[in-house]
Design a protein around this ligand. Sequence first.
Ligand code: G6Q
Length: 542
Amino acid sequence: MAGKKYLTDMDEWKALFDHYNKIKGIHLRDLFNDDAQRGDRFSIEDGGLFFDYSKNRVTSETMELLVNLARACNLKEETERMFTGEKINETENRAVLHIALRNRSSVPIYVDGKNVMTDIEAVLQRMKLVSEKIRNMQWPGFSGKPVKNIINIGIGGSDLGPYMVCEALKYYSKRDLNVYFVSNVDGTHLIETIRDLNPEETLFIIASKTFTTQETMLNARTARKWIVQHAGSDQAVSRHFLALSTNKSEVERFGISPSNMFEFWDWVGGRYSLTSAIGLSIMISIGYENFIQMLEGFHAMDKHFRERPFHENIPVIMALLGIWYNNFFNFHTHAVLPYEQYLHRFPAYLQQGDMESNGKSITKDGLVVDYATGPVIWGEPGTNGQHAFYQLMHQGTQIIPADLIGFIKPLNNDYEHHDVLISNMFAQAEAFAFGKTEKEVRSEGVEERLVPYKTFPGNRPVNTILFDKLTPYSLGKLIAMYEHKIFTQGVIWNIYSFDQWGVELGKVLAGRIYKEILGEPMGEHDSSTANLIKRYRRIRFE
Ligand code: G6Q
């Protein structure tokens, strides 16, 4: 940050505050009334993607001031540092190079003097070979029957991304293969997944960057027992287990041979890993060509983010609008509402991407922030959400900025449904922004005492993200767009977006209590936790 000035002391920040005080009361109705071209002026087109941010509580001056802030926070320089492999994840001393995984140009990218593109391409080719074998029913299980059930065992970044994408691109999937995801350490997850499956035809992919995560390793061991028990021999493990990891020795210790391991690297963060080997389940499901199309989409957005000036850069604008609401209006949650059933896991995926990255409160200079950082991200697909929580969004006391995401061409040619779906999306965006005045309600002949209840204040900010069609390419663009939005906000908030010490804590916390539950003498605990452990032990072992 320029001269290491604290964010809230920066002139650009103060200018935004003054501006906020001037325009905070402005209604979107007035902004649209005053400018007939607003819908055009506040939107960006980018090859099959239309991003409309006109229904935000901003003027041209707001956008200029926000862009000034981005400049003053050295966004351009920080972006270059990421793209060129500098170790910007300083608390873990790592580069942050998910952009290399989908670098479809011939430009090399170096980490510690080594061009990482060579290894990336080699792993992609190995993934291609194995996924083709499986898709061609040429991967026999222990009895000789080809496998057709693929179960990805992983959690967090080793689950949410591939799961979301397999659902999002299900239309493009090979229908005689079944792809499942098991993440929860709750045995129910694995047991319910395998209960109707034939072990002879079931292949497990153990996805874990560290290969030490408690939940994943326990699920993996249970899966291993299931296979060995049915096959009658340990030999079956080599036909039924693949590993996606950075930790070769742990993979081997588990009994998976290096030829069944697909490698990635410490500069791939878990929540940014779906384009690495962690995406093997995706490639098996949709095939190599579609996977590459997805990488192309990611790459196109990476280029857009790196090259476009800030005022026409979609991720940058999304990030700046988020800061405008979170830090100036104090709107601390953000809804992600895909009007597309295939994207039903997208909000959950993004929750991790955003909240694990920017849920931080210490600056890069080691100070405690005195401003809000990452917002709460949540959402559900439309139109389901409309019949649930939109009430609060329209008439509640909290204002929740929202992203509405839709696709013009339906994949299943179901125009009768699709036109209804998309008209709901546009209508909701309109209602959020403009509401319904008392006058409008009265003019409908509503009984006077009901007028306040039927009035909608509006002035709720909405981004409309409209793609031509849901394809592997457009999905790649969509994901990368959010990744760079998150990055941009982290730069401005001056926090480390690529570590996750809060998650690491969770990985060790349960260990002690686990031993106590199993009978080791109880150590120091508060009276509440001690009671819970005692009660659990008493009833569990009675
Ligand atoms: C992601 C996080 C976290 C991680 C899981 C699984 O960015 O670090 O969600 O992905 O804890 O870790 P492993 O892949 O090492 O099992």
